[in-house]
Each structure stands twice: as structure tokens, then as C-alpha cells.
Design a protein around this ligand. Sequence first.
Ligand code: HAM
Length: 428
Amino acid sequence: MSTYRSVKGMNDLFGDEAAGIIGVEQVFRRLAGTYGAQEVRTPILESKQLFVRSVGEGTDVVGKEMYAFTDRDGSELVMRPEATASVARMVVQHNLLHTDPKLRVFYAGPMFRRERPQKGRYRQFHQIGIECFGEASPVADIEVIALAHSLLLELGLDDVVIELGNVGGADCRPAYLDKLNSFLAQLGDALPEAARETAARNPLRLLDSKDALVQELLAEAPLPMDHLSASHQAHHDALLSGLQALGINVRVNKRMVRGLDYYCGPVFEAITQKLGAQAAVLAGGRYDGLLKAVGGADCPAVGFAGGSERLLLLAQSQRQTRSRTLGCYLEKEPVNLGVAAAPGANINDLLKFVTALRSAGVRVASDLSGRSLKAQMKALHRSACAYVLVLGETEFESNQAALRRMADGTTVNISLDFDTVLKAVLED
Ligand code: HAM
């Protein structure tokens, strides 16, 4: 066993898993591009205050799960637990809405949350996500959900249900919270201690509590979706009608609250039964107040992020229906040509030969470190090359070599002219 092991909940990605995560990202990259979004990358480290102000101090993500530390100059830094706040900061810092008031950006990358690791839940995980700014109309919510829907379809995840909730906004939240708080006050000591603490910090969170007793006690609680202002209700109705027009089925979940404070209005989650407690494979919603909260102008915004590992786990569990799109990333790229050095070969000639082929896009396997021809051939067999060339002084002098086709063992003599070799090995 090696002395050093990866940090708990933080996984090395290699083989099929690395290819699969890259595949999920590539599928998303292509789809997000069709919605006019440009790819961005923000730093992993951000100021702690950014997430306290946006995601909210009372949330688990900020209150309990952030990797935080004090830098040498005394600044309080964290490893980003999510990217929406980072993107909002970037948009404000660089005044990006000045040149494009309807900016759409997408990202793919690692996020960090110190949760209890289990299948589908890690301390370093990857998200793909999109954020759309400057669009108050429900059309933006519809397009964001349509993108999420096509991602699920492309990955072959047809038994995932998109749930839609609505947490209301500034014009309905205070009155609703008053109602909820008086309902909770009536319950008094019947609520367990921990639930009372949650009620004091963030009463909305009790609505999706996993505690059976709390669920029972709150069965008749007032729900945000039943207390929307006229404008939020109209927005929600238009959203539902747009989704229906696109043939996208959603299940309304009036109890959905989400674990991040910046949402207002519609919120959604794509839910699976196949990953145990880690049911959400992607989630998002509208967050019109976030840009202002991080120092920008008032600006409507909506987006979502998906957990790449969860999307991949699910795609892998559905091998029969798995999308061809993702499958092509999981299949190893074939090696076009294996090159072995004959005894006494001039290694520099060989290096020049294989480097020129690689520059032209040929995948070449070779081991020119001076091992026996037998050992080289064994290694080339393992790497499943389509063709093999054994090159030495004789071949370079005559400019001719025997090209072996590994599928049937046949050989043909070919000229070592660059174009001839290129054509021969890329033929299949
Ligand atoms: P979130 O619900 O916290 O939202 O995370 C989005 C997705 O990331 C989840 O549905 C899940 O698939 C994945 N995820 C979260 N935590 C973990 C974990 N510990 N291990 C593995 N996967 C995980 C957000 O992060 C918002 N920024 C989404 C958003 C974008 N809203 C608007 N724009």
C-alpha cells in the first residue's frame, strides 16, 4: 500500500471514470453552446465573504461544509463550494453585462464541500453549469430547463424526473414567512430541538426535512408556492405553459426549498431513485437578487448546475440505454500505429519519424528506450495498435518497411515517405 493516499472524499479520476467525466463535460459543452453560452473559468479560491453574502451563512454549504483558511496576509479564503456566486462576482468585477446585457456563460470544474462521503457524494466533486443574466422573462427559465432536459436525454437518463418548485421573491416572501413562523410557533415544543434551531435560522428548510416527525408535524404547513404574489404566479404559469409547449414534463413539488439562499421564484431539481440518498443529479433556479448582493446592479438571472459524477454514475447504470454520445468518450481511442526499433536502429531517426506522424494527428505507440525487440512487441500487442512497423537501419536506408496489419497479421511493403505512411495508417 502506498504511503500517501488521496484525501478522504477526494478521488483520483482515471480510466473509464476520467473519460466519463470528460464525456459528460463535452456533451454539456456542446449543448450549452447551442444556447449561446460561452465557457468561463473562475478561480478555485474565493473570499469567504462572497459565499456568506450569497449562498447564506445559515446554509449547510456555507455554515458547515466549506474548506476555509486564513491566508498569510490575513484574508479569509475558501475553496469554492459552488460556482454561481463566483460567476456573479466575475460578471460584476469585470462589468461583463456592459458589453453583453444578456450574457450567458457555462463552466465545468471541481467544487469542494466537506460533506460525509458516500456513493455519489464527495468532498471534491465536479459540476457542469450555466448561468444566464439579464433576462427577467420566463423564457430564460424555460430555456435553462430545456437545456437541462436535453442534457439528460443526451446522456440517456430517461428515468430522471424534473421537479419544479417556487420559493417566491421579495414581494411575497416576508408575508409568507410570517405565516410559516406563526404555524411553527403553534407547534411549540412538539418540534424536536434540532428542528427548532433550524426554524430560528431558516424556517423554510424545515419544509424538506428528512425527519419523519418533522414531516408529519409540517404536513399542513403553509407552502411558499401557495403564497406567490400575482407577478410571481404569472411568471410561474408562463413557465409551466412554455415547458408544456416544448413537451417537457415536470412534476410540481410545492415543498422544494433548495439549500442555497440566493434563489427567488422558480427552482428545480432533476431527481433519480437510483443513487440512494443522493437523488439530485442537477439543480438550479432563478436568483434575481444575487448580482446586487455581490456589489453589482439589480439584474435578473437564472441557471443550473449538474453533478458530473452523479450524471456519469447514472449513465453507467443504464448501459443498455446509454447514449452513443457518452459511449464514444468511454471507448478508448485506438492506437493507429505501433513503432518498434530494430536492433542497432538510430533512435534519433525513429524519434523524428514518430514525432512527424504525431504532429499530423496519428496516435503512435512506441518505446524507444532500448528494450529488446521482443519486449517492445509485447508492449505494442498490449496497446492494441491497428498497424505495426519495425524500423532499423535497413528500413531507413532503403526507405521501405513491412507494415503489419494487426487485425489479420498481413503485411505489405510500403515506402517510408511521410504521405504514404500517413495514408496507410489512417486508412481504417
Ligand atoms: P446544488 O444543488 O448545491 O446547486 O448542486 C448542484 C448539483 O451538484 C447537485 O444536484 C448534485 O448533483 C451536485 N452535488 C452537490 N454536492 C455534491 C457532492 N458533495 N458530491 C457530488 N455531487 C454533488 C448549486 O451548486 C447551484 N450553484 C446550482 C445553480 C446554478 N443554481 C443556479 N445556477
